[in-house]
Ligand binder design. Sequence first.
Ligand code: N01
Length: 540
Amino acid sequence: MKTKIQHFDAIVIGAGFSGLYMLHRLREDGLSVRVFEAGKGVGGTWFWNRYPGARCDSESVYYNYTFSEELYKEWTWTSRYPEQPEILRYLNFVADKFDLRSDIQFNIRVQSAHYDEKNNRWTINLDDHTNVTAKYFITGVGCLSAANVPNFKGIESFKGEWYHTGHWPRNKVVDFKGKRVGIIGTGSSGVQAIPVIAEQAGHLTVFQRTPQYSAPARNHLYDPEYIRKTKANFKEIKKQMRESTGGQPVVPPTQSALEVNPIERNKIYEDNWKNGGLGLFGAFTDLTIDERANKTVAEFIRTKISEIVHDSEVAKKLMPYYYYGTKRPIIDTNYYETYNRENVSLVDVKNDSIESITPNGLKTINNEYELDVIVFATGYDGMTGPLMKIDIKGKDGISLKEKWDGGAQTRTYLGIANAGFPNMFMITGPESPSVLSNMPVSIEQHVEWIADCIQFLRTKEIDVIEANVDAENEWSQHCREVAEATLFIKTDSWYTGANIKGKPRGFQIYLGGVGAYRKKCDEIATNGYEGFVLTSNAVH
Ligand code: N01
């Protein structure tokens, strides 16, 4: 007997920050919703990234939902930069508070999502060989969930254990005690993991391809009075975050780094270094747009490296020479200091590249390293990667991958919608501010915009919404132009796709700022969803 295919108003992929709030909002609005999540629990990024030292580098009191004042006031963070287990506890708390689990199916992967034009439905195929259908298809797959494990020759022959930071084991404590550990990669994940692993390992060898600019996080436990004041100030903080450039309630800089004299400038850099966190990045107006301004902060950090690291040869290897901030700026706890430890060594694999993984370790062109454990902190196929992993097909059977020409020609409307993919919405999709902002703020904005849009469609009895090709081209062009006016595009990074072999170079993040972007999205909605084609009376 043929089983009836379940139908929902909306299907959401992913039960991280995005999927949880999307489910809550749509359910509140009276829709039937099902969320599919590959993990065994809620959390998304924070479910998978359990590597040692994993924590967020947005301050915890700003790294949470603000849609519910009650929720904001009920939850209390312990320290300035929250560790992964605490963020995961927070997201579980949210799931319990709003009773979200009943509409989430865990341990299941969406294989494909195909749009059926005749019936105006999305058919979702799952890896348990079942199908469901939905009117609205919403992706909350994250920007950094497609792990990049480089295809090193011989990896299958390795006799030890290996792990990727983004797929850290859940039910096992990885024991580094006394072991010879190698870590490949010194991005945000590597920089967080290295000091913690170094404390446990017999010896840690860091294989660095590109050095990083990092500033101290200066994490500390929160003072209850600070928490009290923050909670009391909820409404103002929320407003500031929403109107800001980066989703943080910080006063934006007003001065160019070149306007102030070197002594004053250095003092500003020193103060930010002492305060810890990402302050350096926002110290002046022009650090990411003017080469000469950028040079001043880059030089400041290089000097710090030379002061912290005792061995001058090691310090030299750790010094970056690209534009500061054009790879994700990092904050750390004892990162550069870790290279003063006896049990840590640094290998520059730009000059002595990795040739293969061997049964007993790793071979570079000139040397061999015996290792018991290898940690891949080698990052992700960002932005388009998670979406292109799923077989998403819109009108005329055209896939998202084909539309984006494998990532070479990413075109979206606002990073939310795609021409040719009706009734599909992306939360923090390519060409939205997403990862270059405080993520929960950008996620909430998208979720609310999408929910409001669906409410509008239902109220007006509109069956189909689809981005218009011209509006889409215009938005993509605008995104490129904003990026081209900055230094970001001049550096090889995961932002530009340069970290993935064969991935065409582009820039898939909107750099115009969270506040300006929100205004633009709101204007589009107010103008009756300008740039979208709205069709009524389609077949139900
Ligand atoms: O990844 P990355 P990540 N051989 O791409 C190296 C967010 N995040 O997981 O720079 C040798 O930054 C690569 O070298 P290179 C945040 O947005 C946030 O660390 O390409 N090395 C690089 O050093 C972040 O930006 C938080 O030359 C290879 C490293 O691996 C994003 O996630 C914490 C290699 C990858 O660095 C990604 O961070 C963690 C190869 N074949 C992550 N391939 C917080 O909130 C790659 N590498 C704190």
